[in-house]
Design a binder for this molecule. Structure first.
Ligand code: UD1
Length: 369
């Protein structure tokens, strides 16, 4: 390879930005490579995309594929067609993908076919639940990527159990926490709770967007019933994902939710506003993956409204509890959390704000065997 390496990073959807931003910065600081950023356009609303670029101080994408929404096959196929062309035009030495969204898997498949080395940030996570589209994305991406950056030992174990060559696995820690630690002081100064008329430490935060929770009217209305019950004791802020907003409207549930004055619905928030809000919450209820990790780092109790998690370390070491979707169990778990019987928690190893530096080191020296 002559001269500097050419690294091409991919982002597509909301949870990708805070994972790739610190990696770009670390590679820049180490002056390791020329970097290009591709946005697939899986998420396109300003509140799901643009605001994250400014909040995280990310460079604007060099290339935007504009794929938009669609069925899984449509979206994946559109990313594959667009990204293949980018790879042929730009000839990167290495591609970096992150997380488990459709864009991640689509680009990893392109790289495998074009024999371009691809690195996966946040490799090895498994929920062992193939009903989750992300689980398919994780398995395929990890099978195909030549460099696997894991956040925690369970990631390494999952990969080894699947027969992955250990030389492909690099445990670097959690890049989400790099972003969180870098931006927390600024986020804290934004006064997000006060803007909503809430006192710091005296409200809960809810997010819901998994198809298994929001697409079925029965599941969604039962979940909202549980949260309305909790909101009697603790006001709850609910930034609503576009998918969830559409379902609430389609199912005629929006008036029911609006009637609860202690459940505050708002538009999806940017990275800093949302971090400000969660960092001062009394309790978080969510079906997100990343929020399970962020609450562990912030030491805020988190109730995960799912039956499984691909991030078990947030339960064994952090503040997370898996409470499923049964309303009585959710309400009981919230009451227990509010009664203040918090368990001692510790931050998982290597969730120290330096994961992206470790990634940059590997990217700088890696050679195909
Ligand atoms: C995707 C990821 C999920 C991630 C989530 C975070 C996959 C399979 N899923 O789910 O892992 O946790 O992002 O948000 O990749 N929409 C808009 N505006 C947008 C984006 C989406 O209105 O900017 C609406 C569209 O109606 C779209 C729906 O949301 O059909 C779902 O979007 P999509 O990207 O397919 O999946 P998410 O549910 O966002």
């Amino acid at each position: 390879m002559n001269g500097r390496k050419r690294i091409l990073h991919v982002v597509g959807a909301r949870p990708n930005y805070m994972k790739i931003a610190p990696v770009i910065r670390a590679v820049d600081r180490a002056k390791l490579a020329e970097q290009l950023l591709v946005h697939t356009g899986q998420h396109y609303d300003p509140s799901m995309s643009d605001v994250f670029f400014s909040d995280l101080g990310m460079p604007a994408p060099n290339i935007h594929l504009g794929v938009g929404s669609g069925s899984h096959a449509e979206q994946t196929a559109k990313v594959m067609v667009g990204f293949e062309k980018v790879c042929l035009d730009e000839r990167p030495d290495l591609v970096v993908v992150a997380g488990d969204v459709n864009s991640t898997m689509a680009c990893a498949i392109d790289c495998a076919k074009l024999r371009i080395p691809c690195a996966h940030v946040e490799a090895g996570l498994r929920s062992f639940d193939l009903d989750m589209p992300e689980e398919v994305n994780r398995i395929v991406t990890d099978r195909l990527c030549e460099i696997l950056f894991t956040p925690s030992p369970d990631g390494d174990e999952n990969l080894v159990r699947e027969g992955t060559d250990p030389r492909r696995i690099f445990r670097v820690g959690n890049v989400m926490i790099d972003s969180l630690l870098a931006h927390l002081p600024r986020a804290r100064s934004l006064g997000a709770p006060e803007k909503l008329g809430l006192a710091p430490g005296k409200y809960g935060v809810l997010t819901l967007h998994r198809p298994s929770n929001v697409d079925d009217p029965v599941v969604l209305s039962r979940l909202l019933g549980a949260v309305t019950e909790i909101a009697r004791e603790l006001p709850v802020v609910f930034p609503v994902h576009p998918r969830t907003r559409r379902k609430l409207e389609e199912l005629g549930l929006a008036p029911h939710v609006a009637a609860s004055q202690r459940l505050h619905l708002c538009e999806p928030l940017g990275y800093l506003e949302f971090l400000c809000l969660t960092s001062q919450a009394r309790l978080v209820l969510t079906d997100s993956g990343g929020l399970q990790e962020e609450t562990t780092a912030l030491k805020i109790p988190c109730l995960t409204l799912r039956d499984n998690t691909e991030r078990p370390i947030t339960v064994t070491q952090g503040t997370n509890a898996l409470v499923g979707t049964e309303p009585s169990r959710i309400v009981a778990a919230a009451r227990a959390a509010l009664s203040g019987t918090a368990q001692g928690t510790r931050l998982p190893e290597l969730w120290d704000g330096k994961a992206s530096e470790r990634i940059a080191e590997v990217l700088g020296t890696w050679r195909r065997a």
